[in-house]
Design a protein around this ligand. Structure first.
Ligand code: SF4
Ligand code: SF4
Ligand code: FES
Length: 247
């Protein structure tokens, strides 16, 4: 998360959204500031916690020509910032049937031949809110290292901000998800326990418990939720300074 500005938390600061000025509390994230200003997020907002990738935002600070990118739910407003939320990035996306592929680097290159235009500028990595080494996974994709590209891009939230900064017009996030899908389908062993669980579901093992749940009232469901099996709560006596990192 970017650091709050040096203004006090309750102070109102001006921001410019789509060119229009709003005074908003200095402590708010861009997402909350826009709600404070009266906007309702129909698109451009999902998890509110930095994992869905729906709130990619382009902004510029006053007296600077530089365009910056970040997630609206994770970036605190700064006085005078001009911003625009970009819920969808219209990058190229190839279509494929995973069952007709075999998981080779040549297939990635055929679906995204533009990967070879990468000039190694690293703008993509610098703009990534997940601190992913985007340029590295693109290099792995270019080399045909599918498993490597899948591993390096594992935390990608598909926000598209890397692509928005790319002078070669790459669609890094779509290349990355192709690598992860190929790796999952052809690179790593099938998960036996998952196959077994899917079979249990299709055989109807959970039909009756689900029907039972659906027949309960809201109050009964609340009681069930409260009495569910859960991690034991920590008491004050159990607490050690090492636990501070979890607070
Ligand atoms: S790799 Fe690109 S799409 Fe994925 S999280 Fe980073 S900036 Fe967003
Ligand atoms: S921004 Fe584009 S050209 Fe630059 S390193 Fe990333 S993928 Fe390559
Ligand atoms: S709302 Fe999901 S990443 Fe910001």
């Amino acid at each position: 998360m970017t650091k709050p500005s040096e203004t006090t938390v309750d102070e109102l600061v001006p921001i410019f959204f789509m060119g229009k000025k709003y005074d908003v509390p200095a402590s708010l994230t861009i997402q909350k500031a826009l709600e404070y200003a009266g906007y309702q997020h129909i698109r451009g907002c999902g998890c509110r916690g930095g994992v869905c990738g729906a709130c990619g935002t382009v902004y510029r600070l006053p007296d600077s020509y530089k365009l910056q990118v970040g997630l609206a739910c994770q970036t605190v407003v700064q006085p005078g910032m001009h911003l625009m939320i970009m819920p969808y990035y219209p990058g190229n996306r190839s279509t494929f049937d995973i069952e007709e592929l075999s998981g080779t680097g040549a297939e990635v290159a055929a679906l995204y031949p533009e990967i070879f235009k990468c000039i190694g500028c690293n703008s993509c990595s610098q703009g990534c809110p997940m601190d992913i080494d985007v340029m590295h996974y693109m290099a792995q994709a270019i080399r045909g290292d599918i498993a490597g590209a899948a591993e390096t891009s594992f935390d990608c939230i598909m926000c598209g901000l890397c692509a928005s900064r790319c002078p070669a017009e790459e669609v890094q996030f779509n290349v990355a998800i192709l690598a992860r899908r190929l790796n999952a389908r052809y690179g790593i062993p099938r998960a036996k326990h998952l196959e077994e669980r899917v079979k249990e579901i299709t055989d109807g093992k959970f039909d009756e418990p689900l029907r039972n749940l659906m027949s309960k009232s809201k109050e009964e469901l609340k009681e069930l939720y409260k009495s569910r099996e859960a991690e034991p709560q920590m008491t004050e006596e159990d607490w050690t300074p090492q636990d501070a990192r979890y607070v």
